[in-house]
Design a protein around this ligand. Structure first.
Ligand SMILES: [Zn+2]
Length: 155
């Protein structure tokens, strides 16, 4: 039975590796054998799938562009402005901005607006003491950092 023989030759046929004579015989067999036609169609589908799955054609200098992009990303950003600042100054700015933000969001800043309409002294008092405490902490922090800074300059 020639079917088994041709079936083994199908992939070679698909890869154009058969001699002209054998190729002709296999094509004749294909016309009479549905199973071999399906098998051949399977090979063809596989190869087209592989072609479409191939990575998109890499354009020239693509790798270079990737490197450039990576370098652009590592270029000075907004945050790198803090890199040349001494550590204590940066931490002070950070704490100060957090405290300032907390102050803006605190009930004190809101009640100071609302006191014009309806004073609420109890809440004003409690939030004021809270804010004063944090201000003292900031002040102590600033003084400490100024000391350590000038100590560094004297070296
Ligand atoms: Zn067959």
């Amino acid at each position: 039975m020639m079917h088994r023989y041709f079936k083994k030759k199908l992939s070679s046929y698909h890869d154009n590796e058969l001699g002209a004579n054998e190729r002709k015989r296999l094509e004749e067999h294909l016309q009479t054998c549905g199973e071999c036609r399906r098998e051949l169609a399977f090979y063809q589908k596989m190869s087209t799938d592989l072609k479409t799955q191939e990575a998109p054609h890499v354009r020239p200098f693509f790798a270079q562009r990737v490197v450039n992009r990576a370098e652009t990303k590592s270029r000075p950003s907004v945050w790198s402005v803090f890199e040349w600042l001494p550590r204590p100054v940066f931490s002070f700015l950070l704490v100060a901005s957090i405290v300032a933000f907390g102050y803006l969001m605190s009930p004190l800043s809101q009640s100071s607006v609302s006191t014009k309409v309806e004073p609420d002294y109890s809440s004003l008092f409690s939030s004021t003491t809270q804010t004063l405490a944090s201000r003292d902490e900031v002040l102590a922090f600033v003084l400490f950092n100024q000391e350590s800074e000038s100590a560094g300059e004297n070296k």
